[in-house]
Design a protein around this ligand. Structure first.
Ligand code: ASP
Ligand code: MG
Length: 471
């Protein structure tokens, strides 16, 4: 198999973790797989770089930051490569070169005081460029050939600095022509996650946490057999274990279940992240580098639907319910359009919508951080309707949470909603509003925030999600 393996920040956070990442890579190579590695920066480094850029932009550049970052990497390099002076020297040279560039950028910034998105990318992308030579070195001293590769010349993106999008055709061509010759020679490439480059070679970043995206983009470009995301959790769980202690890791989920769950706050890959792999039906595994014996979660097209219908229950907090109500709303066309246009103009994201057919109210959920703005915008957009009495009230309730039950096989299975509401009734949880999209992959409910954990537990129990699923 050709496997693209990504190691997240905590999986390369210390010498010990990097040794483990190298070991996991070597193990797959020994099993006869061809491996391409994608690495994040050492945990915390990206934050440190961004903080340095921000203070430099205020004229406050402290050169000791460079020293701190260097010392952290040097200690790791000494521990990993101490017995291999040549590799050790080469890796330290590479790190120093990258830090020279970082220092010059920050120094310049402290004079001009203008932190453009382009400059911020050039600085914040440094962490991966420091990590890749270290991990490549750690692989190389295991009697394997390995080479650090900077993704500026591999993942071609547009110039939306800070959240650049890959150009698939160009990326495919470049990634294949650069990586396949290495793979043919038995070299394990260690590619910097998080960064890419424009057609002109200007460094871009794919957004915070972007290394998962890098792995999926490279997997798609190479037509890899699988993409493995090594992280610090066992995989995707049936519920948040702090809410439901008996929650279990799911062995298989589908892309659509993964994106529903990610949306509803579970720790899963973001929808955008898995899209390149999904388009090519490449399975993505989430694995725990701290406990590699665990099976992890496999995300694929089929995803092994469970006969229970529901596979996971999630909750989102820090959201608010906005309700527009009035007995005069019945039969007045255009109210919904005006409402949602006003929300869109505020660039606020709507998480859930519900309107009963009596049309006496429209309610929807937005992030609490946006609620004041949205309500103000609504009052002005619906001013006339308020005056005419069509709309009587616009209210916001911050004390709610959204609970969602997710599963592919909910589609077309009767009785799921009945069971969800039965469980909530028995647990004495009041349901404030309900929404189910016609995709039927998800039933979302609004409950009081104080009752959300209880609601999640009740649904989890009703569908016996603590027990392994029978297909
Ligand atoms: N190092 C980058 C970040 O912290 C990318 C990543 O870790 O995925 O956002
Ligand atoms: Mg990270």
């Amino acid at each position: 198999m050709l496997i693209v393996m990504k190691f997240g920040g905590t999986s390369v956070g210390t010498a010990e973790r990097i040794a483990q990442a190298a070991e996991l890579t070597a193990r797959s190579a020994a099993e006869g797989h061809r491996v391409v590695v994608v690495t994040s920066a050492l945990s915390g480094v990206t934050n440190q770089l961004i903080a340095a850029a921000e203070s430099a932009a205020h004229g406050d550049w402290r050169p000791e930051v460079r020293g701190q970052i260097f010392e952290r990497h040097r200690a790791v390099v000494d521990a990993l490569l101490g017995g291999h002076p040549e590799t050790q020297r080469a890796v330290l040279d590479a790190i120093n070169q990258r830090l020279d560039r970082f220092e010059k950028l920050c120094f310049g910034l402290s004079l001009v005081h203008e932190l453009t998105p382009r400059l911020l990318d050039a600085i914040s992308g440094t962490g991966e460029m420091l990590a890749a030579p270290v991990l490549a070195g750690a692989i190389a001293v295991r009697e394997l050939k390995s080479e650090a590769i900077e993704a500026t010349g591999l993942i071609v993106t547009n110039d939306r600095f800070g959240s650049a999008e890959p150009l698939p055709v160009e990326t495919r061509e470049l990634a294949r022509s650069r990586l396949f010759p290495l793979i043919e020679l038995g070299v394990i490439p260690v590619v910097t996650g998080f960064i890419g480059g424009t057609i002109d070679g200007v460094l871009t970043t794919l957004g915070r946490g972007g290394s998962d995206y890098s792995a999926s983009i490279i997997g798609a470009a190479l037509d890899a057999d699988e993409v493995w995301i090594w992280t610090d959790v066992d995989g995707v769980m049936t519920a948040n274990p702090t809410e439901v202690p008996e929650a279990r890791t799911l062995r298989d989920i589908s892309y659509s279940e993964a994106s529903e769950m990610a949306y509803y706050g579970a720790k899963v890959l973001h929808h955008k992240t898995i899209l390149p792999a999904f388009r090519q039906r490449i399975p993505v595994r989430i694995l725990n580098s701290f406990d590699p014996a665990q099976q992890g979660t496999r995300i694929s097209v089929e995803g092994r639907p469970s006969s229970r219908g529901v596979k996971a229950v999630t909750s989102i907090r820090n959201v608010s319910l906005i309700t527009i109500s009035g007995r005069g709303m019945q039969g007045i066309p255009g109210l919904a359009a005006k409402t949602f246009a006003a929300v869109a103009q505020e660039r606020a994201n709507i998480l859930m919508i519900s309107q009963a057919s009596s049309e006496n109210n429209i309610c929807f959920v937005v992030n609490t951080s946006e609620v004041t703005r949205v309500v103000r915008a609504l009052r002005s957009a619906l001013e006339l309707d308020l005056m005419l009495g069509h709309v009587e009230d616009i209210t916001a309730d911050d004390s709610i949470a959204v609970v969602a039950a997710v599963g592919d096989r909910m589609k077309g299975t009767p009785g799921i909603a009945g069971k969800v509401f039965g469980a909530l009734g028995e647990a004495n949880v009041n349901v404030i509003a309900i929404s189910q999209g016609s995709s039927e992959l998800n039933i979302s409910l609004i409950v009081a925030a104080s009752e959300a954990a209880c609601a999640v537990r009740a649904i989890h129990q009703a569908f016996e999600l603590e027990k392994p699923a029978q297909p």
